[in-house]
Write a protein that binds this ligand. Structure first.
Ligand code: ZN
Length: 283
């Protein structure tokens, strides 16, 4: 069980122990917008119960900040609870969930001892059906909610949700508080810092920023994380430029995060660097 706590005017966040993931509810005259839906149909039943206990109204729409299952696999449960409500996401996120959602299930098939295995495998994947490419404004009646695509980073399709009247920004996994930012084999490490510059441009000194995982943070936290991710990108660029082979790069670099968390970042970074910046080893 988790309780929704109000972090800004009519914006409530519930933090669930499995993945320490956040689900956010934005309230408006026309109803509630739910941002991210947790990691399985079963897990989302608890979320729906929590939303009902909040007593702030009915859910009229869903937003998926990106395709990862801990943010999308609960879509099916919200659809059964509230009918055919729109599910908004960036077009890349919808495509990636369609392409890779079953791969996530397979990981749990291969790991039957995980206590959530059966729940994840049994989940029907429901794709976002309202996609956009750069920005979209949703009208909750008395307040507009902006969905903005700042560019590639944690995945190729992360969006941020801005609620201007509350000076709040829901950052998805472009910002993480519960641990280092998560670089997986679908990340874009060289572009992530630049996307965070766009995100920072949507905030003020007073903004409340809700990360995908962990406690709400402020703008200064996001600036620090942007700089750390920037160091990851610049270190990758430097190592590749000096001709350090990929297999040695992780050990050769000085990183702002534990190197065991950065294998995918380095591999993807080497892959994404323009040819001119990759030098062949001299020996
Ligand atoms: Zn994620």
């Amino acid at each position: 069980m988790s309780d929704f706590a109000e972090v800004a005017e009519r914006i409530w966040v519930a933090r669930y122990p499995w993945f320490d993931v956040n689900v956010t509810v934005v309230g408006g005259e026309r109803g509630l917008l739910v941002v991210d839906t947790h990691g399985s149909a079963a897990a989302a039943r608890e979320v729906v119960d929590d939303v009902r206990r909040l007593g702030a109204g009915d859910v009229v729409g869903i937003v998926n900040t990106h395709w990862h299952f801990d943010h999308t696999f609960g879509n099916v449960t919200f659809r059964s609870a509230y009918g055919p409500i729109p599910i908004h996401a960036h077009e890349n996120a919808a495509a990636e969930l369609e392409q890779w959602g079953d791969r996530t299930k397979q990981r749990y098939v291969d790991d039957p001892d995980d206590p959530h295995s059966a729940d994840v495998i049994d989940t029907e994947i429901v794709l976002p059906d309202h996609t956009f490419s750069s920005a979209r404004v949703l009208d909750l009646g008395d307040r507009p909610v902006e969905l903005v695509y700042p560019g590639r980073g944690h995945t190729s399709g992360d969006l941020v949700v801005r609620v201007p009247d509350a000076d709040a920004l829901l950052a998805g996994d472009l910002v993480e508080e519960s641990g280092p930012p998560y670089f997986n084999d679908d990340c874009w490490p060289m572009e992530w810092p630049l996307s965070l510059d766009i995100v920072l441009g949507l905030t003020s000194q007073a903004s409340v920023v809700v990360p995908g995982h962990g406690a709400p943070v402020d703008r200064e936290f996001v600036e620090t994380q942007r700089n750390e991710i920037g160091i990851v990108a610049e270190t990758i660029r430097d190592l590749a430029g000096r001709g350090v082979p990929l297999e040695q790069a992780l050990d050769a670099g000085e990183w702002p995060y534990p190197s065991e968390r950065l294998g995918a970042a380095v591999a993807r970074g080497y892959e994404h660097l323009p040819r001119s910046q990759k030098r062949l080893p001299l020996v």
